[in-house]
Write a protein of this length. Structure first.
Length: 204
C-alpha cells in the first residue's frame, strides 16, 4: 500500500467515525472548538472546511498538504495555485476534496462512472454521507492534496497482522497511524532489551 493510499484510507476512516455529529446550538461543534481554541457559535462559524481540517489533523496531515483555513474558496485557490485543483469534468479520486459553487466542501470517499460518495461537515447541521452526480451543476471542482508528502510510519501489513496474532492489546486504537505508533514503541523496547542482552553476553 502506497503512502497516499494509507493516508487516504486513514482519513476516510476518521471521517466515517464522525458521521452524525451535529452542531448545538448554531455552529457550536467540537471541530470549531479545536480550530479556534475555544467554544464558538454563530452564523459566521460555518464548519465544513474546519471539519476537514480536523480530520486532517487526526491523520497527521501537515499544513503544506492541507492549509489551516476555514474558508472554502481560499482553500480552492490555494490548491489551484499549486496545480492541484481540477474542474468538474475531470475524474476525481477517493481522498479528493469536492468544492461546491455555494462555498461548501466535502471529502470524496468513493467514485463511480456517474457519481461520487462524500462525507461532508455542516451539511444540514451535521456530518453526513451523501451521493452526488458527477455532472451536478453545483460542483465547481476537486482539490487533490499531495498525500504522498505525509510522513507515515514504516509499518507493513504483515507486521500489523503479526501484532494481532501475538495477542498484543494496545487499548483503544482506531487508526493505522495509532497502530504504527504502538508497534514502533514495542520495537524500541525490544531494541533496548537486545542491547542489554548483548552487553551481558559480552561481559560473560
Amino acid at each position: 500500500m502506497s503512502t497516499r493510499d494509507t493516508v487516504v484510507a486513514n482519513l476516510i476512516e476518521t471521517a466515517r467515525k464522525e458521521l452524525g455529529t451535529a452542531r448545538q446550538p448554531i455552529n457550536k461543534v467540537k471541530y470549531n472548538a479545536s480550530y479556534y481554541g475555544e467554544n464558538v457559535s454563530g452564523k459566521r462559524f460555518k464548519w465544513c472546511a474546519v471539519f476537514l481540517w480536523w480530520c486532517m489533523q487526526q491523520c497527521k496531515v501537515p499544513a503544506e498538504v492541507f492549509p489551516r483555513c476555514a474558508h472554502v474558496f481560499t482553500i480552492r485557490d490555494w490548491y489551484d495555485q499549486r496545480d492541484r485543483y481540477f474542474k468538474r469534468s475531470s475524474t476525481p479520486l477517493p481522498g479528493d476534496l469536492v468544492v461546491f459553487t455555494y462555498s461548501h466542501i466535502g471529502l470524496v470517499i468513493k467514485v463511480t462512472t456517474s457519481e461520487i460518495v462524500t462525507i461532508e461537515g455542516n451539511k444540514s447541521d451535521a456530518v453526513r454521507k451523501l451521493v452526488h452526480s458527477r455532472s451536478e451543476s453545483t460542483i465547481d471542482g476537486y482539490c487533490r492534496p499531495a498525500y504522498h508528502l505525509v510522513e507515515v510510519d514504516d509499518v507493513t501489513k504483515e507486521e500489523l497482522i503479526e501484532v494481532l496474532r501475538s495477542g498484543f492489546t494496545p487499548g483503544s486504537i482506531n487508526t493505522v497511524n495509532e497502530w504504527a505508533d504502538q508497534l514502533n514503541q514495542v520495537r524500541r523496547e525490544m531494541d533496548k532489551i537486545n542491547e542489554k542482552l548483548d552487553r551481558l553476553l559480552q561481559q560473560g
